[in-house]
Write a protein that binds this ligand. Structure first.
Ligand SMILES: C[S@@+](CC[C@H](N)C(=O)[O-])C[C@H]1O[C@@H](n2cnc3c(N)ncnc32)[C@H](O)[C@@H]1O
Length: 283
């Protein structure tokens, strides 16, 4: 991607986060129900110690960081950060409701982290790096702020064919001319880091000597077909923005088409769409 295109993308990525922050907060319970296996894997692989200082990047509602805060104890700290003030306001409110005391909230752009070199013991980033304009720069910044021996644990979305929740609506929007087909990496996007070898190589190039990846299955459980597009519109970044911009009749047509595509995922109680997160740990 040319520099001007990357800069334009940065602006759009920020606009997406600020626009979606209220619905992202409203959907918190759904998001955590789906993401729980990923959150648990990340915290297990981070191996945090009491007294550690941890950094969560692109934290959204901050739930991964809040759980980590319980693991580092009173003497430890977690910096819950996001580049979107709207997202961070939500995290601050949720943290207060949960009564989490050992958390600092910071507006931080992961591509240019305003922290000292070697200042944190571990970094968490769930479903963030693939959306960043320059994931390689963000990973190099992550390595810079991590103390020697510190771990980065991340999750991104796996391949489109394993993630129908995003792929079905994405394909439909492309077919109907509302968005362009995804560009190959390093262009950012929901599936930009889906390939395990590619993501492992990005971490190695950023200075992580030991890298391991693992695919973690998740499930998107929906009570009925109406809920599918509503949930996408509330939560799924660039797809949500494209859908929100459509006139009602076009959104309805897409909704009807998608209801047919959901048929293979029908269960007795609604729908169950499988998904796969690609998780990685770097040290
Ligand atoms: C899909 S949400 C994931 C939120 C949260 N980590 C979770 O798993 O629920 C992506 C988040 O990345 C944040 N983000 C995107 N680009 C960023 C950047 N360059 N620096 C920091 N945060 C960024 C967005 O504001 C948004 O909160």
């Amino acid at each position: 991607m040319a520099k001007s295109a990357l800069d334009a993308y940065r602006g759009f990525n920020y606009e997406i986060a600020e626009t979606l922050a209220p619905t992202w907060q409203r959907r918190r319970t759904d998001i955590e129900r789906i993401s729980a296996p990923v959150r648990e894997w990340m915290l297990r692989e981070l191996v945090p110690h009491p007294g550690d200082t941890l950094l969560e990047l692109a934290a959204g509602n901050g739930d991964t960081g809040f759980e980590a805060a319980g693991l580092v104890g009173e003497k430890g700290r977690v910096i819950v950060s996001d580049f979107s003030p709207g997202m961070l306001d939500g995290a601050r409110r949720i943290g207060a409701e949960l009564g989490v005391a050992n958390v600092d909230y910071r507006v931080l752009d992961a591509e240019k982290i305003e922290l000292e070199d070697n200042s944190v013991d571990g970094v968490l980033c769930r479903f963030g790096y693939m959306l960043m304009a320059d994931a390689a720069a963000a990973l190099a910044e992550t390595r810079r702020v991590l103390r020697p021996g510190g771990r980065l644990v991340l999750a991104v979305w796996g391949a489109p064919e394993s993630n129908p929740f995003f792929a079905l609506v994405g394909m439909k929007l492309v077919q109907r001319g509302h968005i362009s087909p995804p560009e190959p990496p390093p262009a950012p996007g929901i599936f930009a880091m889906a390939n395990a070898e590619y993501t492992a190589a990005l971490l190695q190039e950023a200075g992580f000597g030991e890298v391991r990846t693992e695919e973690i299955p998740v499930y998107f459980v929906l009570p009925d077909a109406d809920e599918y597009l509503k949930f996408v519109v509330d939560s799924a970044g660039p797809l949500a923005m494209a859908l929100r911009a459509l006139p009602d009749n076009e959104r309805e047509a897409i909704d009807n088409d998608l209801k047919e595509s959901l048929a293979p995922f029908k269960t007795e109680d609604g729908y169950r769409l499988p998904g796969v997160a690609l998780c990685a740990v770097g040290a």
